[in-house]
Design a protein around this ligand. Structure first.
Ligand SMILES: Nc1ncnc2c1ncn2[C@@H]1O[C@H](COP(=O)(O)OP(=O)(O)OP(=O)(O)O)[C@@H](O)[C@H]1O
Length: 816
């Protein structure tokens, strides 16, 4: 892994008190935290008591960090090979709950008390209900003090404790940020400051606490308060450098405890790592509107950003950003970091709607069994859901299909576990998997139905939106989003341009076409039917994704079927020897209503039209493709210019060396000849002996220069006189839009001269990551900037020795 310039700068940042590293999901925040440890140990731990503490959010994340550290380059790791061994007293990596528990234990020991931790929520509600009853008479005018509001009151008390508001005065004046509602609870429209209602709630908390104590209990928030109290009296170990990962989710009490452990010196540091777009806990302190100043740290001039997401493909990243950018609460936060894309192309996320958990599970089992498990190790696959019941159901179905999977609830995750990991969306933060299924994305589950308070509802919606964003950004390669009932509004808000119905087909997800843009209106009987919506969407998709010109499409195509005349919903025709013949038949059903008998009908139409090569049936959600033998296949072919009457393929060739453009004409009936027309209409015909066959590749792997090429896709004939025999050439099919500004679009081809050096601003094929990429080459001292020609992508800075040039682009070839 080649760290980027910003990451390297942050790892080697001179420690100087507090700092904030914020960044988008997958931008390497945790990686920076881990790589920084050896740096601090090497250069900023002078005295015997100097040391480093890295705080994680969960135990699983501690394991994950160890797993990450194994991937650190040896040269960075060498001075501290035993970074994670218990003997290495200079480094401690611990999750926040364990740290709190440690100080809570010390409190008990020092004060000779012993509490039980109240983990049973029902029992907590019983105590709270009793307390409400006792206090009700005293506050008879406070309608909120009633059992019907118990969930709200419980949450409010929890919040007061997590903010360390131990005096009424503080609570009366507190801004209530991040309040959450729970299903069935009915909170107040507003909880005014300095009100009788707040006084009553505060009183309720005190009485409730007394009740718990007299029964020998503390809850989690009490435990943290006792830990803080203990640390204020005595800390057994202070740390010269503290790094706090996922700090956006810590409570005020947790943050204050960590502050007490900080050993301030003129070379010490406390580094907060955060992503506000991933803040998913309602009681976290550093939520919108509350700055670090509230915990005594001035971050002016001390905050740094990481904006490139390295984890996911550009397609997954775009889909995930399209979800959060719809919420101004998220993107207007002062600590929000605008994401930028890195050029990692891959699969589009899949979105599928199901009407029952059973249908959803059947799809997942099928998808895993037939495809995903053939390409990925089960331990690199996660199935994520909002709640545990959803996980239990899918686990049962996977068990039945004999697919090994394990639910990880509270227990820490074992990264070496051989099966598929089933996890709640909350416990997946900070982690990553090659393939991620997020299931049960139903309305009412996400966003959760909250109480009637509009403000609370909006907070809930923002938090749940971030939660789904966290889930989506865990996927390295493939992401599936499914529901098992009424779909979540979030599923519909993700820009459908970035979604597909299947990872193996080009067709996108359904979107509505406005009636005024409907095609073939004159042939349509009912413009307002639900079937027509699907037909018009499909007509659009055939043009947009499969590139079929409208002139090749038609509707209501007549075929004889069972001695009756049938009408095929959409036909795609092609030309053979200048004769127009049907090539694809498509049948549509009403939106989301299932395929029913459609398959039989489609097969019958296809059987009655021998020219038809492919079939397609969809209701805008389910999709079936058939070949001419009526067997199911993954997709239908894209448009090719050979489908047109003339039978001549035309390419535009931009010669970058001579700065000229030619048209290349290839007659399919005469494939060994090539006609080249120049801009001044001069044309020349080349026969086979005058042509050179150049290999066309779909991708070039990065790696050993002699092994970088896969099997060529095909050969392309170009005039021999264009090439210098002393050199080697190849053609590369372009993926992605990062060079669009240089007139190189996805699907175009580039002619490349193989060489290992380049001139300033040449467009080069350069090895980077697993696959070689196309960028503009700009050398700068000992480094090289690989410039994309698209403002959505960031330039990549690498050491010149690491930028292995494979060739220089000398021409661009486009189908016209
Ligand atoms: N410069 C880099 N080049 C290639 N891969 C990188 C680079 N930096 C980080 N990564 C990889 O990107 C992935 C995400 O990194 P990491 O977990 O540190 O990000 P994060 O910002 O902490 O993410 P999140 O906030 O979503 O948990 C990891 O697989 C990491 O190895």
């Amino acid at each position: 892994m080649e760290l980027n310039l910003e990451q390297r700068k942050l790892i080697q940042l001179k420690p100087n008190g507090q700092c904030l590293i914020k960044g988008v999901a997958g931008s390497g925040k945790t990686t920076v935290a881990v790589y920084r440890i050896p740096f601090l140990l090497n250069y900023y731990c002078y005295q015997p008591d100097d040391n480093v503490l890295l705080v994680t959010f969960t135990k699983t994340l501690t394991n994950y960090i160890k797993y990450l550290y194994d991937r650190v380059n040896d040269e960075d790791k060498l001075p501290y090979p035993s970074l994670f061994s218990p003997e290495n007293a200079r480094v401690e990596i611990i999750n926040i709950d364990s740290l709190v528990y440690k100080y809570f234990q010390q409190y008990q020991l020092c004060n000779n008390v012993r509490f039980n931790l109240l983990t049973d929520k029902r029992l907590a509600y019983t105590y709270l209900a009793q307390t409400i009853n006792e206090l009700k008479r005293q506050y008879s005018n406070i309608s909120l003090l009633d059992q019907q509001h118990i969930i709200f009151l419980y949450d409010e008390i929890d919040w007061i404790k997590s903010c360390n508001y131990l005096e009424l005065e503080e609570y009366q004046n507190a801004d209530r940020l991040g309040r959450m509602g729970k299903q069935g609870s009915d909170g107040p429209k507003k909880l005014p400051k300095n009100s009788e209602t707040r006084r009553a709630i505060f009183e309720l908390m005190k009485l409730y606490n007394e009740k718990l104590r007299s029964s020998g209990y503390v809850d989690f928030k009490d435990m943290a308060l006792y830990a803080l109290k203990q640390a204020k009296t005595k800390v057994d170990k202070k740390y010269t450098h503290i790094i706090i990962d996922e700090s956006q989710d810590l409570t005020r009490v947790q943050l204050e405890l960590l502050k007490l452990l900080y050993n301030e010196k003129d070379y010490s540091s406390i580094c907060f790592i955060a992503d506000t777009a991933q803040s998913i806990y309602p009681h976290s302190w550093l939520v919108k509107g509350r700055s670090f100043a509230s915990i005594g740290f001035d971050m002016t001039g001390r905050s740094y950003s990481l904006s490139k997401n390295y984890r996911t493909t550009a397609q997954i990243a775009k889909a995930a950003y399209s979800l959060i950018e719809k919420d101004p609460e998220i993107i207007e936060d002062e600590n929000f970091v605008q994401p930028s894309l890195i050029d990692r192309q891959g699969n589009f996320p899949v979105r599928r709607y199901f009407t029952s958990p059973q249908d959803e599970a059947e799809y997942i089992v099928r998808e895993l069994g037939q495809y995903v498990l053939k390409a990925y190790n089960p331990k690199d696959i996660a199935i994520i859901a909002k709640n545990k019941e959803q996980l239990r159901y899918i686990k049962e179905q996977l068990d039945k299909a004999q697919i090994t999977a394990n639910i990880f609830e509270r227990k820490e995750m074992d990264f070496e576990h051989e099966g598929i990991k089933l996890v709640t969306i909350h416990s997946v933060k900070g982690l990553e998997f090659k393939v991620v299924f997020i299931i049960g994305l139903n309305s009412g589950i996400i966003p959760y139905i909250s109480y009637a308070d509009e403000e609370g509802r909006l907070v809930q919606e923002t938090t749940d939106r971030k939660l789904l964003y966290v889930g989506m950004t865990r996927a390295n390669d493939m992401l599936y989003l499914t529901c098992s009932g009424q779909p979540s509004k979030f599923l519909q808000e993700i820009n459908c341009e970035f979604l597909r119905l299947s990872p193996r087909a080009k067709i996108g997800c359904y979107y509505q076409i406005p009636i005024e843009k409907y095609q073939f209106k004159e042939k349509i009987i009912d413009l307002f039917s639900r079937e027509e919506q699907v037909r018009q969407w499909l007509i659009n998709e055939l043009q947009e994704k499969y590139k079929y010109p409208l002139a090749l499409l038609d509707v209501e195509y007549q075929v004889n079927s069972f001695s009756k005349v049938g009408l095929v919903d959409i036909v795609v025709s092609i030309y053979r020897k200048n004769l127009r013949i049907p090539y694809i038949f498509a049948e549509v059903k009403a939106l989301g209503r299932g395929l029913h008998n459609g398959l039989e009908q489609l097969k019958s139409y296809m059987s009655n039209e021998k020219n038809c090569q492919y079939g397609l049936l969809t209701d805008g959600n389910e999709m079936v493709f058939l070949d001419k033998d009526l067997q199911m296949i993954d997709d239908i072919p894209e448009f090719g210019s050979w489908m047109l009457p003339e039978y001549i393929i035309r390419y535009e060739f931009h010669d970058l060396k001579r700065n000229r453009t030619f048209i290349l004409e290839l007659d399919q009936d005469n494939p060994d000849e090539l006609v080249v027309r120049s801009q001044d209409a001069y044309s020349e015909k080349y026969d086979f002996a005058q042509l050179s066959a150049i290999n066309v590749y779909s991708s070039v792997a990065a790696g050993n220069p002699t092994e970088i090429f896969e099997e060529p896709l095909k050969e392309m004939l170009l005039p021999e006189e264009w090439f210098n025999k002393a050199n080697e050439y190849f053609i590369l099919q372009v993926k992605g839009d990062s060079m669009i500004g240089a007139n190189i679009a996805s699907g175009d081809m580039v002619l490349v001269q193989r060489q290992t050096t380049a001139q300033n601003r040449d467009i080069v094929v350069v090895a980077l990551g697993e696959e070689a990429t196309l960028k503009r080459y700009v050398p700068m001292g000992n480094s090289v900037i690989l410039m994309p020609e698209n403002k959505n992508y960031e330039p990549i800075l690498v050491q010149d020795t690491k930028a292995q040039i494979i060739g220089v682009v000398i021409g661009i070839i486009k189908l016209v």
